[in-house]
Ligand binder design. Structure first.
Ligand code: KIV
Length: 268
């Protein structure tokens, strides 16, 4: 298999081949999701929620993201590693944004960056692309703007739908290679997908997008509470709890280790 590139994603859009994206946060997720053939591994700032235990993504720092992106990159051979620009890292001027995007590539080994923003972010997207870094835009529900938007479906009113159409066209024109549509009203997500020549990657936006993304902890059932649009492909919570409880019991009862488990002459 060959390394995925933005040219391949453009070709997939043209030929109608769907793009798979999942989040990953360290070497384990990078290597497993890559082996599974996932096209894009997003080191999402959802790190803040599912790994670091915050209520929102806002406390996640550039240093957090770079450390985790580098760990993912060490595990990935073929997938496209996409680093997620955290809260304010792309909002304090073009110079800061390009510098921060550059850190994802130079220090994190990422192949591109994702940033939350539409028409207002177009100058920043253009400058990052000009610096040679592929950008995936993120419109619709933008979790870093939770204090303005809440977690509700976007594009329901005609005014909000019109703004999303403008955002989608603006990020495409600025040079984004793809755009994430989060919690966009599904009919509108389909309309935007047909309107754009770059791929749309949906999350909670229905089946018409060119690709789909989910948070890996959600789709594997690590936590009990997940957004309603998530399909659980496994019940990892049950498996992890079952194994840890059995280990706990066996250690306390002296069942593990047995003599045969403690053969120190064997090497790994
Ligand atoms: O941070 C993240 O995981 C994301 C996805 C939900 C698209 O931005």
């Amino acid at each position: 298999m060959k390394k995925n590139t933005v040219r391949r994603f453009a070709e997939m859009k043209r030929s109608g081949e769907r793009i798979s994206m999942l989040t990953g946060y360290d070497y384990m997720w990078g290597s497993l999701l890559d082996e599974a053939g996932i096209d894009i591994i997003l080191v999402g700032d959802s790190l803040g929620n599912v790994v670091l235990g915050f209520d929102t993504t806002c406390p996640v720092t550039m240093d957090d993201m770079i450390r985790h992106t580098a760990a993912v990159s060490r595990g990935v051979k073929n997938g496209f590693v996409l680093g997620d620009m955290p809260f304010l890292s792309a909002n304090l001027g073009v110079y800061e944004a390009v510098k921060n995007a550059g850190r994802f590539v130079a220090e994190g080994g990422a192949n591109g960056v994702k940033l939350e923003g539409g028409a207002g972010a177009a100058p920043v997207i253009g400058a990052i692309v000009e610096a040679g870094i592929p950008v995936c835009a993120h419109i619709g529900l933008r979790p870093q703007s939770v204090n303005i938007q809440g977690y509700v479906t976007q594009g329901v009113s005609e005014e909000s739908a019109e703004q999303l159409r403008k955002d989608a066209l603006a990020v495409e024109k600025a040079g984004a290679f793809a755009v994430v549509l989060e919690k966009v009203e599904p009919g509108l997500a389909g309309e935007i997908t047909r309107m754009l020549s770059i791929p749309t990657i949906g999350i909670g936006s229905g089946p018409s997008c060119d690709g789909q993304v989910l948070v890996v902890h959600d789709m594997l059932g690590v936590y009990e509470k997940v957004p309603p649009f998530v399909k659980k492909y496994a019940d990892l919570r049950k498996i992890i709890l079952g194994a840890a409880e059995e280990y706990n019991r066996e250690v306390k009862q002296g069942v593990f280790p047995e003599e045969k488990d403690a053969d120190n002459k064997q090497t790994l």
